[in-house]
Design a protein around this ligand. Structure first.
Ligand code: NAD
Length: 275
């Protein structure tokens, strides 16, 4: 499954819908400090934002800001009607409390879908903005017509960012979902049941050929930096010959995350107009 190509199509769709809007959406990415990985992620998000015709309302805050001053910047963006989406880049420096800062963002501007309000809506099956990586996994499965209705789907990982919301999105689509994590007993046995196996653990080589049913679809969300470069959680070479479809790393789920951020930004802009 070619995440780059599907992401390109979604980004083109987003750019076309932005072009139709009478008021351009504006996304404020908020970067606190100078962590190089976070800076790189924010830069690629900002490039994608501009390419889609969305206004780049980026804010860079120095490392020495305290909880109160970062909160004040978020509050200012919340009150600014021209800013239709806010993204607080994680992880934050250790002296800041991420959860309370994220929850200052109102649900209709929460383009990362990480506030308690949007997480609750997802859990209750209500309308809201879903986290970008899980939404990207669903968009990829949909693009390739992978049937989820009643399917056995195994998700490895239960983080608030990926595994947990992904489980909810899959339930919404009537999949039979098994959630696995670091304390799961006999992971390979459970994985072998999966029509669709999705791993988001961050453990290279976690999913080997013997853990995959012949003809399954395998989605690898993991991104691991090794001495040989980037890899996912799946032993790609040995798993690929057994499967119906599989995502590579890089070039699978990664590009979809940014594409879904852009899609969420357009949805948020429509919501802001309504609020
Ligand atoms: P996390 O560390 O918060 O969560 C990892 C989860 O995996 C935990 O729930 C843990 O219980 C489970 N786990 C760890 N080791 C395991 C094992 N041996 N067996 C079974 N379960 C195990 O990480 P996260 O933020 O959810 O990210 C997961 C991976 O996805 C990371 O590699 C991360 O880099 C990647 N990621 C990719 C994207 C993307 O855009 N492609 C976005 C976010 C995260």
């Amino acid at each position: 499954m070619d995440g780059k190509e599907v992401a390109r199509l979604i980004r083109a769709e987003v750019a076309a819908s932005v072009n139709q809007m009478s008021v351009r959406p504006a996304l404020a990415t908020v970067l606190v400090g100078d962590d190089p990985a976070s800076a790189t992620y924010v830069l690629s998000k900002r490039r994608a934002i501009s390419d889609a015709g969305i206004v780049d309302a980026h804010r860079h805050v120095s490392q020495d800001h305290n909880q109160g001053s970062v909160a004040a910047i978020i509050d200012e963006l919340v009150l600014d009607d021209s800013v239709t989406g806010i993204l607080l880049q994680l992880p934050l420096p250790d002296h800041l409390d991420s959860a309370s800062l994220i929850n200052r963002i109102p649900p209709h501007k929460d383009v990362d879908g990480l506030t308690e309000a949007n997480a609750g809506r997802l859990l209750l099956g209500q309308h809201g903005l879903a986290p970008c990586t899980p939404a990207g996994v669903l968009a990829l499965l949909d693009h390739y017509d992978i049937d989820l209705f009643g399917a056995e789907v195994v998700v490895i990982g239960r983080s608030n960012l990926v595994g947990r919301p992904l489980g909810q999105l899959l339930l919404r689509r009537h999949a039979t979902v098994t959630m696995c994590h670091s304390r799961t007993r006999d992971l390979p046995r459970l994985c072998r049941r999966a029509d669709v196996l999705i791993t988001a653990a961050g453990v290279p080589g976690l999913v080997t050929a013997s853990a995959v049913k012949v003809g399954a679809t395998v989605i690898d969300v993991g991104i691991n930096r090794t001495e040989h470069g980037l890899c996912g959680d799946v032993a790609f070479g040995e798993v690929m010959p057994r499967v119906h479809a599989i995502t590579p790393v890089p070039g699978g789920v990664g590009p979809m995350t940014i594409a879904m951020l852009l899609r969420n930004t357009v949805t948020a802009a429509h919501e802001s107009i309504r609020v």
